[in-house]
Each structure stands twice: as C-alpha cells, then as structure tokens.
Design a protein around this ligand. Structure first.
Ligand SMILES: *Cc1c(COP(=O)(O)O)cnc(C)c1O
Length: 365
C-alpha cells in the first residue's frame, strides 16, 4: 500500500492537447517531448496515452529515457535530442530504432568509427540563435562531407533547430531564427529527406511561420502554457495533471496555539486544521506553505505553517472536510501550475519535474 498521495494524469486531457497542437500546425508530424519523465507527469504513464493519441515520435534527453520507451513497446520511435553521449550508444540506437540528433563534430567521428546493420535515423542540429547545441551554418558543408564518410546505413531526416524566445512570440528574435533556419534548409536541405523541425510549444501556439514538417511540442501537451501571461486554459488546453493527497489527521487549535515546525503559524482563534500526506519530499515546494491556495473538492482553502518532508497543513476553518478527504495540491481541480510557478519565481516546466518518483502516477479518464 502506498501513501495516499497521487499524481492523476488525464488521458482525455493529453489527447485533447495533442489535437490542439495538430490544429495549430496542420500537416506537421508531431514529436512529443517526454524528457525528464514526461515533464514530471510520468513517462511510463504518458507515453502510451500519447502513442494512442497518434503522436509520430517521442523526444527524450538521453538513452535511458529512450530505452524506457523501448521497453514499453510503443510504435512511435524515440529521438535523442542531444544525440549520443558516447560512441557505444550508436549501435544500440540503430538496433532499437532510436533517432539521434547530431550536434557536434565528435559525434560525426563516432559515427564514422561505429558499425551497425539496421538503418540509423539522424537529424542534424543547426544553431539558429539559441547558441546551446548545434552547428553554425558555416560548419554545415563539413558536416555533410563527414556524413559521406559514414559507411553504415543511415537515414538523414532533416535539419532541426530550437527557439530561444518562443515564449515571447512577438519578439523579432524569433523571425531572425526562423529566417536563418530557412536559409540553412535552402542550402543544405537537399542532403536530407526534407523532414525539418523547429517549433516547440510557444511556436506551435503562436508562430505559424515556424511550421515545418515536424513540430516538437512538450509543455503544451501537458496542458500548460509557455507564456508568462497566460495559463493553459486561456489557450484552449486542458491540464493533464491533478496532484492530490489525503487528509490523514485533523486537529483543533485553541486560539494562540502554534502549528508545526518552527511554530511558524499561530491560530488567531479556535481553528480546525487538517494534516495532508504530502510534503517537500514529494516535490511540494517548501515555499508553498503559509497561505498557498489548495482545493478541497470545489472549495478553496490554503496551506498553513511550514511544509514538512512528508506532510503539510491545510486550513479547515469553515469547511466540513475531515480525515479521508482528498485535497488537490495543484493542477486540474486545483491551482494551475502556471500560477504556483509564478508565485515561486520559476516556470511550470520546472514545477512538474520536481514531483518525486515516490508519488504514484495514475491514469484517469
Ligand atoms: C524540450 C524541448 C522541446 C519542447 O519544448 P516545449 O517548450 O516544452 O514545447 C523541443 N525541442 C527541444 C530541443 C527541447 O529541448
């Protein structure tokens, strides 16, 4: 029996958000970013739902995630966004049908030295202005010359690049990046199958000029907004996550009594308090104690005092809830992750990835 804390993942919400992405970039194939345990939502839970919703590929950060997908036996292939981290990964990628993004010269040398028999699928990463991973346009002649010297079977899907400011779509930097990517396609696209890819969630939602044969959304598939001034629901998305935990004890504080570690909260009057089976050890940020909105069914309430490792306090004043009732800590039926991320001065991307492995992920309709 596990502790009564759960991350419920809505299958219909994920499928709905896939449909929103497809409607925004009609005709583009969809590579769903599921790195970092599907943005904390649970890779093993989300990937089968996304596959059933018809995504065409998965984007992951490394071989371990690709191998987890392989173990699930799903049809869409996994694409390693940073390619191989060592030469030994290349034959494994070929054998298991994982695609590799090639972004530096050393990886080309590994390709030339490696031997494999299945066709290996590659993408060539172009640096269009992010200046994180990828080849500068000036390097691409050499890159394609080096690829000629690879003697095992390969398929080069296309050029791939990543956007630095798609969360602020009106920024002219986006047009600059799109322009540079188009130039790279004009000059080197003919050496590939023409399956180029640029758009992440911000671009899928707000930059139609970033539409290429493949899109690569992540965050929006989980129903979350990449834009600082909007929540997913403002964009027609549905949050996939509802993070819930049970009230496992209640107590009545007399006026003036103190609560929890550091005696950080003092009851101003007689007050009912619930103890909830979730804490910072589950990934619930300690800065969300003392007044953060959490929901008991349809009723808004708030945290009190300090968040402990395994427990936190909820205000039950004027509320009939008691032991055995569930509260929603964030997501569907509770506070949007976007709001809480703003409160913590971070982004919804990070908030999801903080949910610890000990929180079971369950599929709900
Ligand atoms: C994470 C990632 C994506 C998806 O980005 P979102 O903003 O979550 O849509 C796409 N491409 C690359 C290279 C990434 O690292």
């Amino acid at each position: 029996m596990t502790r009564p804390v759960r991350a419920c993942i809505s299958a219909s919400a994920l499928a709905h958000n896939v449909a929103v992405a497809r409607a925004r970039m009609p005709g583009s194939r969809l590579m769903a970013a599921v790195k970092a345990n599907a943005y904390g939502h649970g890779l093993a839970v989300c990937a089968p739902i996304l596959a059933a919703a018809g995504v065409d590929a998965f984007a992951v950060a490394g071989m371990e995630e690709a191998e987890t997908l392989h173990g699930l036996g799903l049809a869409p292939p996994a694409c390693l966004l940073a390619g191989p981290f060592a030469a030994e990964e290349i034959p494994l990628a070929a054998a298991h049908g994982h695609q590799l993004v090639i972004h530096r010269r050393e990886q080309l040398a590994w390709l030339q030295q490696s031997r494999w028999t299945e066709t290996l699928s590659l993408w060539i990463k172009v640096d269009s202005g992010m200046h994180r991973l990828g080849f500068a346009l000036a390097d691409l002649d050499r890159v394609f010359a080096d690829l000629q010297a690879v003697h095992c079977p390969t398929r080069i899907h296309g050029l791939l690049s990543h956007m630095a400011r798609s969360d602020t779509p009106a920024d002219p930097y986006n047009d600059q990046q799109i322009g540079l990517f188009r130039e790279a396609i004009l000059r080197w696209g003919e050496h590939t199958l023409g399956e180029h890819s640029l758009a992440n969630s911000g671009a899928v939602l707000a930059l139609s000029s970033a539409r290429f044969p493949w899109m690569r959304p992540g965050l929006m598939l989980y129903g979350l907004s990449p834009f600082p001034d909007a929540a997913g629901s403002d964009l027609g998305l549905r949050p996939a996550l509802s993070w819930q935990a049970q009230i496992i004890a209640t107590r009545r504080l007399a006026a003036g009594e103190w609560l929890g570690y550091g005696a950080a909260y003092q009851a101003p009057r007689d007050q009912r308090v619930g103890v909830v089976a979730c804490g910072y050890g589950d990934g619930f940020d300690r800065h969300l104690g003392q007044g953060t909105a959490i929901w008991i069914g349809a009723q808004p309430s708030r945290t009190l005092g300090r968040v402990s490792m395994d427990l936190l306090f909820v205000d039950l004043d004027g509320c009939a809830a008691g032991e055995g009732d569930w509260v929603t800590l964030m997501g569907a039926g509770g506070e949007p992750l976007e709001h809480l991320a703003g409160q913590l001065d971070t982004i919804p991307y990070e908030l999801g990835t903080r949910i610890q492995a000990r929180v079971p992920r369950l599929v709900v309709p």
